[in-house]
Design a protein around this ligand. Structure first.
Ligand code: SAH
Length: 347
């Protein structure tokens, strides 16, 4: 297998260049070309020809390919199916989805952190197939480059909200954020990156220290401890009240507003008493509540609340001093919306 240079930091590439018998600064040149999205080593015109030829034999820039792309014509959302691993076209061993969304303020790519997921949330399609493996920083970076190439558009924002739990793969996710931020790479501001977690408390603390400028979203969904444990097993280890304390500490440390995601499930967490509990527990926190009527995942048997009920809840929250909106739902026509990404093997 050829060595995959995509996803490597400048330091790692300098090391690599040295191992190839080249001067370390070649590593930086490699980094710049790779993150500009060139397709072949031939295009790296400031590298010596002999080095380029050896690179072509021994290395590659990502194993990721676009296998399929679906477009939701109503809103321009595109769902990519990327194949990972293996250099041939015989069908991917593994495939992972990413969703490209257009917003007024720019284009966002929703990137997965893992293939499958081990969190086991009862309402989410990503939990159904179990966990396969972590995605590397390079696999994520190449999806960004491929999505830009395929759509012909620049990606301005990254949200790590696809399949998987990013804080269950912290090292790879943080390397990816650093790559995006690198001035010699995409030079993306940390402010344009958001990571969403189901609530792994120690990692929330670490994230606040490592990336105080990046955005943090927490999938909350229920405020009652036992109710939340039924929906989200992670709550048994990290109970919701501790989670809220960690969230509060994060906002105090970073000065950044936290986003709470709340998927509205009909009759389950959208009743008046649920809304009262939200108000009681979140009032006074530097936060925003993102209400999302649950998207359909056939196997779960759960129903989303109506758009009207969602708007009503948003209004009650706002009147109580808690900033809340109903998320504009993109990509439902192509099963590309939150919680609808699932494992797919060979096409
Ligand atoms: N594991 C992380 C990252 C996944 S982000 C996390 O839990 O935050 C995906 C978001 O979609 C999460 O907020 C998740 O709770 C939410 N979600 C899962 N299933 C959903 C569904 N069927 N409808 C709407 N949102 C869903």
């Amino acid at each position: 297998m050829k060595k995959d240079l995509l996803g490597m930091t400048i330091e790692e590439l300098k090391q690599f260049a040295t191992e190839m018998g080249e001067k370390p600064f070649r590593g930086k040149q490699l980094f710049v070309w790779i993150n500009r999205g060139v397709q072949s080593f031939d295009e790296m015109t400031d590298l010596p020809l002999a080095f380029r030829q050896r690179l072509a034999e021994e290395a590659c820039m990502g194993h990721v390919r676009v296998i399929d792309m679906q477009i939701d014509e109503s809103d321009g959302t595109r769902k990519f199916l990327f194949g990972l691993g293996g250099d041939d076209d015989s069908g991917a061993q593994e495939a992972v989805e990413s969703v490209f969304m257009k917003y007024k303020y720019g284009n966002t790519l929703c990137v997965s952190s893992q293939i499958g997921c081990r969190m086991g949330c009862s309402f989410c399609a990503s939990a159904l197939g179990g966990f396969v493996r972590n995605l590397t920083a390079g696999e994520r970076a190449s999806r960004v480059l491929m999505a830009e190439k395929t759509t012909g558009e620049r990606i301005n924002h990254i949200v790590i909200m696809g399949m998987g739990e990013p804080f269950d793969n912290y090292e790879n996710v943080s390397q990816f954020l650093r790559l995006l931020h690198d001035p010699d790479g995409k030079n993306m501001s940390y402010r344009n990156m958001t990571v969403s977690t189901s609530g792994i408390i120690p990692m929330i603390e670490r994230f606040g220290t490592d990336f105080p400028q990046a955005g943090l979203a927490i999938s909350l969904h229920r405020l009652g401890n036992e109710d939340r444990s039924r929906l989200m097993p992670v709550n048994k280890k990290y109970p919701v009240d501790d989670l809220l304390s960690a969230a509060k500490a994060y906002t105090e440390k970073t000065g950044r507003r936290i986003t709470f995601e709340y998927a509205l499930i009909r009759g389950e967490n959208d009743r008046d008493e649920d809304v009262t509990l939200i108000i009681r527990k979140l009032r006074g926190m530097l936060c925003h509540v993102n209400l999302i009527p649950l998207n359909k995942v056939a196997e779960t048997g759960l129903e989303g609340s109506s758009r009207n009920r969602a708007e009503e809840i948003a209004q009650v929250l706002n009147e109580s001093g808690i900033s809340a909106t109903v998320r504009r739902e993109l990509g439902t026509g192509i099963d590309g919306a939150c919680g609808q990404l699932r494992l797919r093997n060979k096409k």
